[in-house]
Design a protein around this ligand. Sequence first.
Ligand code: ASP
Length: 325
Amino acid sequence: MHAICLHGGAGAITREIIDEALEAKFRASLGRILQAGHELLAGGGSALDAVALVVGLLEEDPLYNAGVGANVSAAGECELDASIMDGRTLAAGAVAGVRTVRSPIRLARAVMERSSHVLLTGAGAEEFAAAIGEERVENAHFQTPFRRAQWARVQELEQAAAPAVDAAGRPRVTSYTADDNVFFRELSFGTVGCVALDARGNLAAATSTGGMMNKRFGRVGDSPLIGAGTYASNASCAVSCTGWGEYFVRAAAAHDVAARMEYSGAHLGSAAAGAIARVGELGGEGGLIAVDRTGRVALPFNSAGMYRAWQTPTDGPHVALFGDE
Ligand code: ASP
C-alpha cells in the first residue's frame, strides 16, 4: 500500500485572483507531478525517493515559489530553503539561504546522506554543494519576470507605507511595516512540499521554498526547519507545511501533528487540524499536508486556498486549488 500528497503553497488562492488559464496550468502541473510520484511508489520505490523526486520537479516548474520562480528577497536575490526527513530513521537534512544551487532539495538530501549535519546555511551550504559537485547556476536562473514584477510592486508599496528612514532620519531596522500582512497574504505563496508512504510502510516528507516575498536578507522561515516546516516519523506521520513561516516556526507545526498522534493517540485528521488551528490562534495563516502509516491523508489550511494533489489506495488522483473544493 502506498500514498502520496503534495502541495504547491497556501494563500490567497481564489477564483478572483487565479484566472481560468492559470488555473488550468496549475491543475496540469499538479496532476503531472503527482503522477510521477505515484508511479515511482507503485513501482516499489521508497517514500524518500518519491518526495525528493516530486519536490525536485516542483522546483523546476516556474509556477511555484521554489527553485525557478522563487520569491525575491529585499536584497533583490532569491535565497532558497529546503528540508527532507526520513521517517524510518528520523534522519534529516536541510539547507537555508542558498543562492546558486539548482536543486535545494537535492542538496538537503545530500546534507542528510553525505554529511554528519542536519542544517547547512548560506556560504557553508554553497561550499558543501561545490565540494560534492552539486549543479550550480546564476541566481538569475531562479528569477522569473512574474516574481520580479511582484517584488518591484512590493518594494514600491513598502516605500510608500514606510520610507527607508523614519521621521527622525534614522534608517529603519525592519523592511516591514505593521501592515505587512497585506503583502504577505497576497503574494507569499507557492512553497512546495510532498509527503509519502511507501509499500514497505516507510514515511518521508520534503519541503522547498524561496520564502516570503521581499524577506529580509538572511531571513529563514519554517521550510528548512525540521519540526516546523517538515517532519516525518514512522511512529506517526509525515508532514510538510506552507504559509506564513514565522508562525509555523513558533507553533513547531509539523512536529505538533506528530506529537498529537504519538502522545495523545489522536488520529491524523484531528492532529493536523489541531496543528493548523494552533497556527491560526497565534495569528498565522497557511496549511499543511500529512500522511500516516495507514495511508490516510489530511490537507487542512486556514487560508483561502492551497495548491494540492493526492492519491491514496482508496482515493484519487485528486487535484484541488480553492477552499471550496
Ligand atoms: N512557509 C514559507 C516561509 O515562510 C513560505 C510559504 O509557505 O509560502 O518561508
